[in-house]
Design a protein around this ligand. Structure first.
Ligand SMILES: Cc1cc2nc3c(=O)[nH]c(=O)nc-3n(C[C@H](O)[C@H](O)[C@H](O)COP(=O)(O)OP(=O)(O)OC[C@H]3O[C@@H](n4cnc5c(N)ncnc54)[C@H](O)[C@@H]3O)c2cc1C
Length: 437
């Protein structure tokens, strides 16, 4: 089977984001041994956010990226900045109690505030557009969606939600597919690669030492490496650091096998249409909010700054890319917007999300001096920013907020390394069938 990294590389080759990315500096690979307070593995949003926060606290930070900044999920995602968690609040409420669940919810809102602050502070040009719409495709799902909105308003005091019936939904979205919607005006959407590259620039300007093309091959905590410092090894160099943060998402693999068993790489894919012109684009989604349905295997889409429709969905639990990706995704798009049958598809790409068994994020330590952030479960665009901030706080000695997440229990996927994917494929087929009824 093709290695995950090769598949991920193939999946980025026809990305709209890469074609519309702003110029970014390249960073030389790590050579020889260097010293740092903190070594971060992974140049996605989680690693860059932590790097920025650690520099604010005056620490020397070296960040190692195996490919280049934004190569992973951060530079290829749906661009939807969402409140809350992929798991919803249930695992927090059940495992940690109501007070901690409320605190976790507030942190997810702080994550969106942080993202918007950073766009302004670092003048990142990434087409931020407010509005997130959740839509339901059956009356049963519509009732569940409206009940969820009422629950969030009542129990969490969240006042940013507005519920719409079928007719109102159709006046906002030019599709017959939906029978209800809930608009969240606090979240929004953006060009994720330009946002990630913007954070990379900010990290560089703040004094973070960045090395690209530097895949980490091993990490030893101080207790194993000796000399009072952890050791992070690449093919041509090493970093000795008082702390290490692993933010490598699904690509981390053999560097920390214990962690990899707790997440499953799930492929998800996006197409871009040609530019539609402002009027035609707006006719699809009148308020230009991004849209996500509530199916288990969901469609998600949004309009870009240059008036294309980016339409995402179709998951692959076996990690194999669907055959003829663009045509397959186009069929999904036409099921929602048949009026786009004359429109050309210019790009098709994808990536892997790091889902946990319960879909709640998985943050923690594999040694006292080695922390990790993973398991964003397709909900990490905003949350990674907050996660990086929490990891930096924990490294600086204030671990209270970070440890709220480390108290969440996560099970490894059943079946071990060889069987976990086939077992999941079967499990997910069941959920797909459930979407049909
Ligand atoms: C197609 C797609 C659509 C998505 N849509 C959304 C969405 O609309 N909204 C949302 O909230 N979330 C979405 N997500 C999820 C979101 O993109 C992720 O949760 C988030 O980007 C994770 O950031 P990260 O920094 O943890 O990981 P990544 O961005 O994947 O970064 C990890 C980096 O670590 C590097 N790395 C790994 N191992 C090593 C190593 N050994 N040595 C050196 N470097 C290493 C990788 O090369 C990579 O660049 C989507 C994801 C995908 C793939």
């Amino acid at each position: 089977m093709m290695r995950l990294e090769q598949q991920a590389q193939r999946l980025i080759e026809n990305s709209y984001y890469v074609d519309s990315a702003q110029a970014a500096p390249r960073h030389v690979p790590l050579q020889g041994e260097v010293q740092a307070d903190v070594c971060i593995v992974g140049g996605g949003l989680a690693g860059l956010s932590a790097a920025l926060e650690l520099r604010k606290r005056g620490m020397q930070v070296v960040l190692l990226e195996g490919r280049h900044i934004g190569w992973g999920a951060s530079g290829r995602n749906g661009g939807q900045a969402l409140a809350g968690y992929a798991s919803e609040m249930e695992p927090f409420e059940r495992q940690l109690g109501a007070k901690s669940a409320h605190f976790a919810w507030e942190m997810s809102l702080d994550a969106i505030r942080l993202l918007r602050e950073r766009i302004a502070q670092y003048a990142i040009d990434c087409d931020w557009t407010p509005g997130v719409m959740s839509v339901a495709v059956t009356p049963k799902k519509a009732r569940a969606l409206h009940a969820w909105a009422e629950h969030m308003q009542r129990e969490y005091g969240y006042t940013h939600l507005q519920s719409f019936d079928a007719q109102q939904t159709r006046s906002l979205i030019a599709s017959k597919r939906y029978c209800a919607a809930v608009l969240d005006d606090f979240g929004g959407h953006l060009h994720p690669l330009n946002y990630t590259l913007g954070l990379g620039r900010a990290a560089l300007n703040a004094g973070v030492v960045l090395h690209e093309q530097s895949p980490v091959i091993s990490v030893k905590p101080a207790a194993q490496a000796g000399g009072g410092k952890a050791q992070v090894q690449t093919a041509q160099g090493s970093v000795r650091a008082r702390h290490v943060l692993l933010a490598g998402n699904v690509q981390l693999g053999d560097v920390a096998p214990r962690l990899s068993r707790r997440i499953m790489p799930v492929g998800t894919y996006i197409i871009a249409t040609e530019a539609l012109g402002a009027q035609r684009a707006k006719s699809l989604v009148r308020n230009r909010a991004c849209v996500c349905d509530t199916q288990f295997v969901l469609d998600y889409y949004r309009l870009t700054g240059d008036d294309r429709l980016l339409f995402g969905g179709r998951v692959s639990y076996s990690t194999a890319t669907p055959r003829d990706l663009a045509a397959t995704m186009r069929r999904s798009m036409l099921a929602v917007y048949p009026q786009l049958s004359d429109v050309k598809i210019t790009h098709a790409w994808g990536g892997f999300v790091d889902i946990t068994m319960n879909r709640a994020p998985d943050f923690g330590r594999i040694a006292p001096d080695v922390l990790y952030l993973q398991g964003f479960s397709g909900h990490g665009l905003a949350l990674t920013g907050m996660a990086g901030q929490l990891a930096a706080e924990a490294i600086a000695g204030q671990a209270e907020r970070f440890d709220l997440f480390t108290r969440l229990r996560h099970k490894p996927f059943p079946g071990g390394d060889l069987l976990r994917t086939p077992a999941l494929v079967l499990g997910m087929l069941w959920y797909r069938l459930r979407d049909l009824v």
